[in-house]
Design a protein around this ligand. Structure first.
Ligand code: ADP
Length: 395
């Protein structure tokens, strides 16, 4: 068994992982296995499969409830399943790198302290990212660990794109737009020349990362110039359970007139809003698309409407549009959502090819379409594996 890289994406209710050999810079074809622990907070289930989809593990109820216990179980399972496999390094998705971390870092005590200080900016994700790092450090003291930040890809956006119109001292204090989903956008930027061709790839591109969390990013020359998420991962599009852009006056009203505490408002915006809040039914796009309930339909319509509005805004930031990319769970799989967004964006010069869209082809627009639209699967784990490989081999 080769030395391997363990890639971890640790969230509030799930821990996802992937294992790549550490023998060469990882490519998708090298993937050894991937899997997830789901349902943290209730009954935790575990599944793992090989790259070809062959099931390696499927346990409906695992004897572990905390992140620490889950990481310990995972290490034991790896040991049992891959005889003699040695983990050479771990790579982590870390949602917030703040103003200082613009590229992946080898983790040390100072970085852990800095990232801990950023927890209030990403309360839904950052604590769980850090728990995985700390749990692994406890179990595997000398293991090199790498943090890859969701904010890093947006780090060099023009200052005008990151500034709120608030007093300058607050901006200087770090209250600005950061943007997220950067590991996914970085992956898409890396594959764009192979999919779109080298010339179009450098053009005015908007990527719609539509998963349970959702955002959009405007790229020119494959660099981020604007994005819909801001100071936190709450801004921009409505998401599974998050509200997306909201008039800040609503928050003042909820606090001052409705007597809600800050933590109640936070819970409302992060956990009770978005598709779940509007539908009153589910945060899962599959459930909503399959439902006849008018509230489910309204949730879907609002999601599409906001994507179309943001498309106009990001196209304005780019001074036009050459290509639109759909990615992540909804972007890659939800044919009707792609179709509705393309219909709403026909004014931008998009002519969707409904057959190509239904067949899930890479390019889903007609040959005559001035702006081409593409579906590209994202691969955040692979991006993290590559950064981890690069960092452990540069030291
Ligand atoms: P995250 O990584 O942010 O948790 P994903 O990228 O896995 O989320 O996306 C999850 C979303 O993708 C869910 O809303 C799910 O319903 C949606 N999704 C997955 N497959 C499909 C499908 N075939 N049709 C419609 N939506 C889908």
């Amino acid at each position: 068994m080769p030395r391997s890289l363990l890639i971890l994406n640790s969230g509030s209710s799930s821990v996802k992982f992937a294992i790549y050999p550490a023998t060469a810079r990882p490519a998708r074809a090298d993937l050894l296995c991937e899997g997830k622990f789901e349902g943290i907070g209730g009954t935790v289930s575990f599944t793992a499969k090989k790259a070809n989809g062959e099931l390696l593990a499927h346990e409906a109820a695992v004897d572990a409830s905390t992140h620490q216990e889950i990481i310990a179980q995972l290490l034991k399972w790896i040991e049992r399943t891959f005889d003699g496999l040695e983990i050479a390094a771990a790579g982590h998705r870390v949602v917030h790198g703040g103003a200082n971390y613009a590229e992946p870092m080898l983790i040390d005590d100072k970085i852990i302290a800095d990232l801990t200080a950023l927890i209030p900016l990403a309360p839904l994700h950052q604590p769980h990212n850090l728990t995985a790092i700390n749990a692994l450090a406890k179990l595997h003291r000398s293991l090199p660990q790498v943090a890859c930040f969701d904010t890093a890809f947006h780090h060099n956006q023009p200052r005008i794109a990151t500034t709120f119109a608030i007093p300058r001292a607050l901006t200087d204090d770090g209250i600005r737009r950061y943007g997220f989903h950067g590991i996914s956008y970085e992956y898409i930027a890396e594959v764009l020349p192979h999919v779109l061709g080298p010339e179009l790839a450098e053009g005015r591109i908007i990527v719609a990362h539509l998963g349970n969390g959702a955002s959009m990013c405007a790229m020119r020359e494959r660099k981020s110039i604007a994005t819909t998420m801001g100071f936190t991962a709450l801004d921009g599009l409505p998401m599974g359970q998050r509200c997306g852009a909201i008039d800040p006056g609503v928050l003042l009203y909820l606090g001052e007139q409705k007597g809600m505490s800050a933590s109640e408002i936070s819970h409302l915006l992060y956990n009770k809003s978005g598709l779940l809040g509007v539908s009153g039914m589910s945060n899962d796009m599959r459930t909503l698309l399959a439902s006849d309930d008018p509230h489910a339909k309204e949730a879907v319509d609002l999601f599409v409407y906001r994507i179309c509005r943001e498309l106009g805004s990001l196209a304005a930031a780019l001074g036009g549009l050459d290509a639109l990319i759909f990615t992540a769970g909804i972007g890659e799989n939800a044919t009707p959502i792609r179709s509705k967004v393309c219909a709403g964006a026909s004014w931008l010069g998009i002519q969707v090819d409904e057959d190509a869209n239904a067949q899930g082809r890479r390019c889903i627009t007609k040959a005559a379409s001035r702006v081409s639209v593409w579906t590209i699967p994202t691969d955040e784990d692979l991006m993290i594996a590559r950064h981890t490989w690069d960092l452990i081999n540069s030291h």
